[in-house]
Structures are given as structure tokens and as C-alpha cells.
Design a protein around this ligand. Structure first.
Ligand code: ATP
Length: 579
């Protein structure tokens, strides 16, 4: 039972326990409220007897005391319900958020290539918030209202079968209507959510690519597409609301019919002398209150049904397989060995096929080859961004598949061509390389990476905030900050995506100088696009369509007269090309 609830609502074990308790406390709370009807019934009976017989006596004080007790019970039941639902829910939603964030931190890159960014953002922000409301309101109230109505109905059947039938018939009919609505509402809710996602993606994409849209004069056309997405969303939401209201109003109407049948049949039975006036009064009072919880909870029907798709998405994250591995990583050295490595991003479409080579410590190993040949993929596999389909990658004799990805990454400094900087100070952007580094250590790394000459011209030096993704800096300056980070981290393995490929001559010189400081005495894997950058590499691995076409030093490969020689010749021709 506990496990089922846990899975059904994507909860932690404690969360599932608390949800069950919340449903029970809601049921008790509704029943306690119904107890006031009992006291009211006995009071009405006594009043009727008094009207019929003036000598009849009863104690008003006892009734006042009973009402006080019932109100106290209602207060206590509500207090318990509040604690069980609201307080526990907020603790649970905090746990859910931390769980999702923890999972995302540990997921391999394969997870992110399968999921859309706005979909993930929606799951973390909106789905968890939605579940927060569902767990604190909709679900306990829905379960509580059905359970209390069923329990009260059983009591009514025991009291008077015929009148109970007349009062309660509408409850199962209304529940059947809800169940019929579930399928339809569920499909409308899924479609609505997909359309909302398209709208969010469109807006997000527009904001991220505003510069390119302006440059290609596509802004007007793009805004029209955004307008269409927003219009679609509006239509879909109206449709979802109307469908929901149709079923809710029908169910509520059926429930109201219950009061009508109690009056019609009650009067008939009363006239026929089949029931007493007191029984008739009781059923009138009960019928006026019996459907209240169910009526109120029907308003949230769409919300309850829409929980399903949100829970599916949360379960998708919860069930995704994490990369595992030991916490200790003590390789003999930092040589990297590829042993018959095969890999594909999508099943049946191999990107690397039986790739074997060794990158030695204290050497620069350059990965070269045609575009799409698999250079970046090889580098990503070394850092265990993805796991292999076949073969092994070993560092100092240790299979990286046996090492926890975070422990493994602590041995890597990675300098990408697309540097990501944060909207923070230069100090903090460099300190990412080593969180506990002192200001002096950061400055030392910045000097070695030749950041000093441009930082001193910034208004607040190292304390200057550099804008979103370093928008206030040039490409070469951004590169040097990322190299400073890597120098500060001082990891034994350096992955370098030819960092200076897109820079002007002056910036390139600075970046090259900074890089030469970074790579001293390390195992360096360099993804190279320009042949002149790799001429001095100790070892060149030429990848062609996911296979190693040739390897050796630049001199050896030139003698081979293979793909490398062909690429060198092509680049020499392109340098000689003039406008
Ligand atoms: N995340 C991904 N999902 C699916 N396919 C991918 C992904 N990344 C790369 N690929 C495919 O894998 C192949 C190898 O890509 P990779 O980026 O490793 O090549 P590369 O040699 O680094 O190319 P380039 O020099 O153009 O950067 C390509 O066909 C590419 O389309």
C-alpha cells in the first residue's frame, strides 16, 4: 500500500506515509463536522416533542454542552488535519525539490540530450509546486470527502434503508460521472500541457537567440510564431476549462438532485406513515450537508486529474538510471587508454566504432579528423559524460566505469571553446575552479592566465561583475578566465577543445601563452581543428567517421600520406586563399 502510494504520487517513503495520514485526518475531520448534524437532529426532535406536548421537558444546557464539545472536536480535528496536510506537505515538497536537484546533478549527459530544457525547468518549478498544492489540498480532501460520504451513507442505511437509498443514490452516480470524465480530462490535460510547453519553449528560444534573430531580420516573423503559440495555448486552456466544467457541473447537479428526492420521497413516505417526522427531519438535515465535501472537492477535479501527467514526469526523473561508481580513485598514473571503445548517442547509429589509442601523461595528445568524426565524443567519454556501449576507457589502469563521475571529474580541467561564465565577479568566476581558494591564489592563477592586463582596466578590478555569461568581456578575455579557472584547479588531466580557434591574432597569442602554462606536466587531450596548432603535439590520433584512421607524430603522419597529410594540404590552400 505504502509503496503504491509512493509510486502513484512520486513521493518519498515519509511523504507517502504522511499523505495516508492526511487522507485519514481529512476523513475524520469531515465526520466530526457531520456529528454536529446528529446533535442538531436530537435537538430538533426534542423541540418537536415540546411543540406537541407543552409539558415535555429537556435540558438545553446539555445541548449547549454537546455543541461545545462538538465544536471543540471540530477545532482539534482541523488542527490535526492542518498539521498533517500543510506542514508535512511543505516538508515533503522541499524533499522532492532536493531529490530532483540531486538526481539532475548526477545524471549523465544522455539524460539531458533526451529532455528539453524548458520541460525540465517546468518539472522542477511548476510540477513540484503543483504537487505541493495537490498534496496539501486536492488529494486529501478528495479522498476524505469520498471516504466520509461512504461512511456516513453506511450509517444512514443502518438507520433507515429506504430513506438512505433516496438520499444516497446520487453519490455513486456522481462518482461514475467523475470516472467517465477522468479519461477525457486526462487526455485534454496532457494536450494542454504539451501546448503550454511549446509556448514556453518558443518564448525561451526567442530570448536566448534575440541577437541572431535581429541579425537575420527574422524578429517580426518570430514574434508572429510566438503570438500563434500563445493563441494556441489560450484556446487549449479554454477548451480544458470548458471540458472540466461540463463534467463538474453535471456531477454537482446530480448531487443536488439528492436533496430533491429526499423531499419528494420523504413526504410520500411520511404521508403513508412509513417514516416518522423525526426521521424525515433527520434526512432533510443530513441531505443538506452530506454532499458538501464532495461538492467542494469536485471543483478541483481537473487539478486532481492533471496530477497524473505531472507525477509521470517526476517519476521519469526518479526512475532514470544514475551512473554509479566507487568514491576512491587512485590510478597508478594519468595515462588514458581507449580499448575497443564503441559508442552511439542513439541506438543503431554508432558514432565511435572500436576506437583504441593511448594518451600518455606529460604528453599532448591531439584528436584530429573531419567534422563529425567523433573528436568531441571521445573527450566526453573520457570525462564519463556518457557511458560506453562497448570496450573500456582506463586511467592509470583503472576502468573509469568503476569510478563515481564526480570523483572522476575532480581530476579533470576542461577548457571548452564556448566558455560559460556566470553573472558574478571575476574573482568568483575564477574561484569556481577551486571553491576554497584564497583571493591570492585566484590572483596568481589569473596572472598565469594573462587575465591581469585586462582586469586592472576594469572599473572594480577583480570585483567587477561581468554580466550574464560574461557579456561585458571579449572572446579572448572570456577564454583566459576559463584557463585561469583550470590553472587554479590544477587537475592532472586537461581536456582542451581548441580554445583559441575563433580568436584574433593578439588574443590568440595570449590564450596560447596561458595554455602553455596550464598544460605543463599534465595529460593533455586536445581537440584540434587547425593543423598548425597540433604540429607540436606529442601524439596525433586521426579520427575518420568514428574510427581511428591513423596515429603517430606529425612527421610520421605526413610521411604516411594519409588523411592527416590531406588535411594539412587543404588548410595550407585555404591560408593561401585571397579575396
Ligand atoms: N548529443 C548528441 N546527440 C546525438 N548525436 C550527436 C550528439 N553529439 C554529437 N552527435 C553526433 O555524433 C557524431 C560525432 O560528433 P562529434 O561532435 O564527436 O564530432 P567532432 O569530430 O567533434 O566534430 P566537429 O569537428 O564538427 O566538432 C556526429 O555525427 C554528430 O552529429
Amino acid at each position: 500500500m505504502l509503496e503504491k502510494v509512493q509510486k502513484k504520487f512520486a513521493l518519498t517513503k515519509l511523504g507517502a506515509e504522511n499523505l495516508i495520514k492526511a487522507c485519514i485526518s481529512c476523513t475524520i475531520s469531515y465526520i466530526v463536522i457531520a456529528m454536529s448534524i446528529g446533535v442538531l437532529y436530537f435537538f430538533t426532535c426534542d423541540m418537536l416533542k415540546l411543540l406537541a406536548d407543552k409539558s415535555y421537558t429537556f435540558s438545553v444546557g446539555v445541548y449547549i454542552a454537546e455543541f461545545v464539545v462538538v465544536f471543540a472536536l471540530i477545532y482539534i480535528a482541523h488542527y490535526i488535519q492542518y498539521n498533517m496536510t500543510f506542514l508535512n506537505t511543505y516538508t515533503e515538497s522541499a524533499r522532492l525539490r532536493i531529490n530532483v536537484a540531486e538526481k539532475l546533478r548526477k545524471f549523465p549527459m544522455s539524460f539531458f540530450s533526451k529532455r528539453d530544457l524548458s520541460d525540465l525547468t517546468t518539472t522542477i518549478l511548476s510540477d513540484v509546486t503543483y504537487m505541493e498544492q495537490a498534496l496539501s489540498h486536492f488529494i486529501p480532501e478528495f479522498v476524505g470527502s469520498i471516504a466520509s460520504t461512504v461512511l456516513l451513507s453506511i450509517g444512514m442505511f443502518m438507520f433507515d434503508f429506504k430513506m438512505a437509498l433516496v438520499a444516497v443514490w446520487c453519490v455513486p452516480v456522481s462518482i461514475i460521472l467523475i470516472l467517465l470524465a477522468k479519461k477525457k480530462l486526462s487526455s485534454v490535460s496532457h494536450k494542454d500541457r504539451d501546448i503550454q510547453l511549446i509556448r514556453t519553449e518558443k518564448i525561451q528560444e526567442g530570448l536566448e537567440t534575440v541577437r541572431d534573430l535581429k541579425a537575420s531580420n527574422y524578429t517580426e516573423q518570430y514574434l508572429k510564431e510566438v503570438d500563434d503559440a500563445i493563441d494556441n495555448c489560450e484556446k487549449s486552456q479554454i477548451k480544458a476549462e470548458l471540458t472540466n466544467e461540463l463534467f463538474v457541473v453535471s456531477s454537482q447537479l446530480v448531487l443536488r438532485l439528492g436533496i430533491a428526492t429526499v423531499v419528494i420521497f420523504g413526504v410520500k413516505y411520511l404521508m403513508a406513515g412509513e417514516i416518522t417526522l423525526e426521521v424525515f427531519m433527520l434526512f432533510l438535515i443530513v441531505a443538506s450537508r452530506l454532499y458538501d465535501p464532495l461538492n467542494a472537492t469536485l471543483q478541483n477535479l481537473a487539478a486532481i486529474i492533471s496530477c497524473e501527467s505531472r507525477v509521470d514526469r517526476l517519476n521519469n526523473i526518479n526512475d532514470y538510471k544514475l551512473q554509479t561508481g566507487g568514491d576512491t580513485f587512485e590510478p597508478e598514473n594519468y595515462d588514458i587508454e581507449f580499448e575497443d571503445v564503441s559508442f552511439s548517442y542513439q541506438p543503431g547509429k554508432p558514432v565511435l566504432d572500436d576506437v583504441s589509442f593511448t594518451a600518455k601523461q606529460n604528453e599532448i595528445t591531439a584528436l584530429i579528423g573531419n567534422s563529425g568524426g567523433g573528436k568531441t565524443t571521445c573527450a566526453s567519454l573520457i570525462a564519463r559524460f556518457y557511458d560506453l556501449d562497448k570496450g573500456r576507457i582506463k586511467i592509470g589502469g583503472v576502468d573509469i566505469a568503476t569510478v563515481d563521475p564526480e570523483v572522476l571529474l575532480s581530476k579533470f580541467s576542461i577548457v571548452f571553446q564556448d566558455v560559460v561564465l556566470f553573472n558574478n565577479t571575476i574573482f568568483e568566476n575564477i574561484r569556481i575552479g577551486k571553491k576554497d581558494a584564497t583571493d591570492e591564489e585566484v590572483k596568481r592563477a589569473a596572472e598565469l592566465a594573462f587575465c591581469d592586463e585586462f582586469v586592472k582596466n576594469l572599473p572594480e578590478g577583480y570585483d567587477t561583475v561581468i554580466g550574464e555569461n560574461g557579456s561585458k568581456l571579449s572572446g579572448g578575455q572570456r577564454q583566459r578566465i576559463s584557463i585561469a579557472r583550470a590553472i587554479l584547479k590544477d587537475a592532472p588531466i586537461i581536456l582542451l577543445d581548441e580554445a583559441s580557434a575563433s580568436l584574433d591574432v593578439e588574443s590568440e597569442t595570449y590564450v596560447q601563452k596561458a595554455l602553455s602554462k596550464l598544460i605543463q606536466n599534465k595529460t593533455v587531450i586536445m581537440i584540434a581543428h587547425r593543423m598548425r596548432t597540433v604540429a607540436n603535439a606529442s601524439h596525433l590520433v586521426v579520427l575518420e567517421n568514428g574510427r581511428v584512421a591513423e596515429e603517430g607524430t606529425s612527421g610520421q603522419l605526413l610521411e604516411n600520406n594519409g588523411l592527416y597529410k590531406h588535411m594539412v594540404d587543404l588548410q595550407s590552400m585555404s591560408y593561401a586563399w585571397k579575396i
